[in-house]
Design a protein around this ligand. Structure first.
Ligand SMILES: *Cc1c(COP(=O)(O)O)cnc(C)c1O
Length: 370
């Protein structure tokens, strides 16, 4: 590691979480690994998820699906978002399942020789993102795709409020059940649960759960999961400043008394966004407040006592919980981990062994070296 700022992903804890969730729901697990597995490294998380018993991987787009195929994954692979019907032959060639979600998509796909295309019918039950809103459109799309030789592999919907609204979730489910019963087809994959629903929502219709954020231990309804992800940096410089001195761009912070300030090699280009100003990081048993504006690559924090250079600093992890950080920043854990940029070194723990992966650009430049 050339710059001491790293994200740790404990894949043993990832595997534990997936096994536990599978026991809790008693259904097959679709591991949702979109957006580079929420920033945690999709090929690494996939390896742990598959070993833990996940039976399908889901991603957001055809590009993400092709990355898995290029890396040699040959198992079930589902795109969750919209796709371009012009790419039908690519979907078929690489055995990638896709959602059918509106009449226009179906019309365009039918014009592109879709025989053999694996389709999951997407039912919109209240989220109003993608999916068929009424049973007539759903039925006609289903019949036409089937007639054209598509493999009618699955049907699914997505809950929008499973973390807090039982009534609305039940309403969405009723609408889903109605759609599934109306089509009356032996779909191999019937799925509606996201992470939160996987824990509390029980039904006898669906046979798989799609879990994303709970892979990383975040769940509203259980505290049995482990927290595999943490973000760390180290102290690169320590200085004493006098009362009245100012810190950082714009001199937005003025020391009230003589203070000890540490500089950290992490900034907003790492995903440590400027809104973290005023929050604290953890260093040598102290909560240390971020003082002054966060720079692109560096951040200053106030210490209660001096520490040696290279002392480790936790941005989130065992002492500062990701969920608390998200609450401070008025956001959700998903956004914080997705934003940790590619230049942050990743370290993975797998079967008890630590493996350090240098930042993505460095790896790419080494791979293309002439
Ligand atoms: C992202 C996503 C999921 C996973 O949601 P979590 O809340 O992270 O479990 C499941 N299904 C769809 C359609 C999604 O877009």
């Amino acid at each position: 590691m050339y710059r001491n700022t790293w994200m740790e992903v404990n894949l043993d804890a990832v595997a534990f979480n997936i096994k536990r969730l599978k026991e809790i729901c008693g259904k097959r697990i679709i591991a949702v690994l979109k957006a580079d597995a929420y920033g945690c490294g999709d090929s690494h998380v996939a390896k742990a998820a598959l070993e833990a018993g996940a039976e399908m991987l889901a991603v957001s787009s055809l590009d993400e699906a092709l990355m898995f195929r290029n890396e040699g994954y040959t198992g079930s692979l589902l795109v969750l978002g919209a796709t371009d019907p012009a790419d039908v032959s690519t979907m078929i060639e690489h055995d990638i399942s896709v959602p059918a979600y509106c009449p226009e998509w179906v019309d365009a796909v039918l014009a592109n020789h879709p025989a053999g295309l694996k389709v999951h019918m997407k039912v919109d039950t209240g989220m109003n993102r993608i999916g068929f809103k009424n049973n007539d459109d759903l039925k006609s799309a289903f019949d036409r795709l089937k007639e054209a030789g598509c493999v009618m592999e699955g049907i699914f919907t997505h809950f929008c409020c499973a973390d807090f609204d039982e009534v609305f979730t039940n309403m969405q489910y009723d609408r889903f059940r109605e759609a599934v019963e109306m089509l009356d087809y032996p779909f191999e994959w019937i799925h509606c649960d996201n992470s939160d629903a996987t824990v509390w929502f029980k039904d006898d219709l669906s046979n798989a759960c799609r879990i994303g954020i709970s892979i990383y231990g975040i769940n509203t309804y259980t505290d049995e999961l482990r927290h595999p992800v943490s973000l760390h940096t180290t102290v690169t410089m320590v200085k004493k400043i006098k009362a009245g001195e100012k810190i950082g761009y714009g001199s937005t912070y003025t020391a009230m008394k003589d203070e000890i300030i540490a500089t950290l090699p992490i900034g907003y280009a790492d995903g440590f966004i400027r809104a973290n100003k005023g929050r604290s990081v953890w260093c040598d048993g102290m909560l240390c407040q971020v003082v002054g504006n966060i720079c692109m690559d560096q951040t200053m924090v106030r210490l209660e006592h001096e520490v040696p250079l290279n002392t480790p600093v936790e941005v989130f992890g065992p002492h500062i919980h990701l969920e608390d950080m998200a609450a401070d920043l008025n956001t959700i854990p998903y956004e914080i981990i997705c934003l940790i940029s590619g230049r942050v070194t990743r370290t993975y723990v797998w079967h008890g062994q630590e493996d350090i992966e240098e930042n993505a650009r460095l790896l790419k430049s080494e791979a293309t070296e002439v």
